[in-house]
Design a protein. Sequence first.
Length: 490
Amino acid sequence: MRAAPTILHLDMDAFYASAEQAAKPSLRGKPVVVGGLGPRGVVATASYEARRFGVHSAMPMAQARRLAPNAAYLVPRFTLYRSVSDQVMELLGRLSPLVEPLSLDEAFVDLEAGGTADDTASALAIGRELREAIQAVTGLSGSVGLAGSKMLAKIASEEAKPDGMRLIEPGTERAHLAPMPVRTLPGVGPATADHLRRAGMTTVNDLAEAGEAELVRLLGKAHGTALHRMASGHDDRPVVAERDAKSVSVEDTFEVDLHDRVRVRTEVERLADRCVQRLRGAGRSGRTVVLKVRRYDFSTLTRSETLRGPTDDPAVVREAAARLLEAVDTTGGVRLLGVGVTGLADYTQEDLFAQAAGERAAARAPADDEGARPPEDAGARAGTADDGPEPEESAEQLAARRWPAGHDVHHEVHGHGWVQGSGVGRVTVRFEEPGATAPGRVRTFRVDDPALRAADPLPLVPDPPDYSSWPASRPKSRSGAGAPGAASRP
């Protein structure tokens, strides 16, 4: 435990939903729900306006629609969220070399390691400046917690929500924690909380007074000892700088179980390509390919294959994933598929894989120049009597896949906008940009209108102030005016 509150925890407020509201003037101040919109979709984030109706993260989307039927329901735009997250993490990196991201919108910072704070006054000053900087650069708000340990800093930021800052003075931890429910502490999930409740312990104070020996008896030595220390306000976990990713993976849950083996293989190949795109985007390669299959009965199978060396070749990953699929029984249907790559490295062994690919190509080459042979699984792709073709998607399903609700589009005449919805061969678009002060106009087009195309998200703040010298000096906007948000916030 530290004698000064120099551990900072930042948690952006309703991050995905707030980013959508900032990007779409017509949604500001209104309930917004972001997540999967299909029958099996779940809520990723709900705006504070939607939370008033009882909508929360991880809730089934069907239940959310019943609670808040008039909310805006949007498909996530991870390109935008990652971009904003990068801006936030860059600001945190200016405060300290020890930044521990927990997700796109949450991180710990060791202010003492960065030399930016060493007492209560300097920690509060940095917390205020950080919140101002995030607002100025991203247009979004974040809540800040300050304390002498990671556990208390996270608790403080939760208490500060939304758009606030909370400091827990070192020495007051035990009193602060005492009335809180046991699930406040890290490592106490529903099962552990229920076990403790049956033993008569519902608050953190109950745990502290029970004593270490009793908690060890109930939960085992490792868990019981750690829980008693935390209940007493002790948490010596250090802030650990971001580690390299150990794996890269993608997965999809399907609205209707897949039964056609050919369709399943096609989806696996598509996921393999997406996985390699992420792998290359990170500048990495991988040696082990992993396939994940969740079947109709929720049973989940994983299969893996280790290659001769690391690769970022999509053909190699596709073929490995397809081989793994052959060993999985998909009878009855598949509800989720995933493809991942582990054993990451910074190099590839292209010579080995190129040679193998050449050998395969030679084996498949046609005997004459009349044309290429059909692929070996051409018969399978045609379907069999026992495993008929998957029903084709309806026009509305195809439109929804092509024009996801909330995603960006550009029209040759009307400019930039976002999809409000699609169906019956039409797509409805609201044309507005993040900097607008009033809602934009709405137009409806045919789903195949040649003047309409998908577009990249626009930055939430088109011309943010320059924080390159922060925190050594106050930032200046690029236009020369003082940085917005300089006034102190609660």
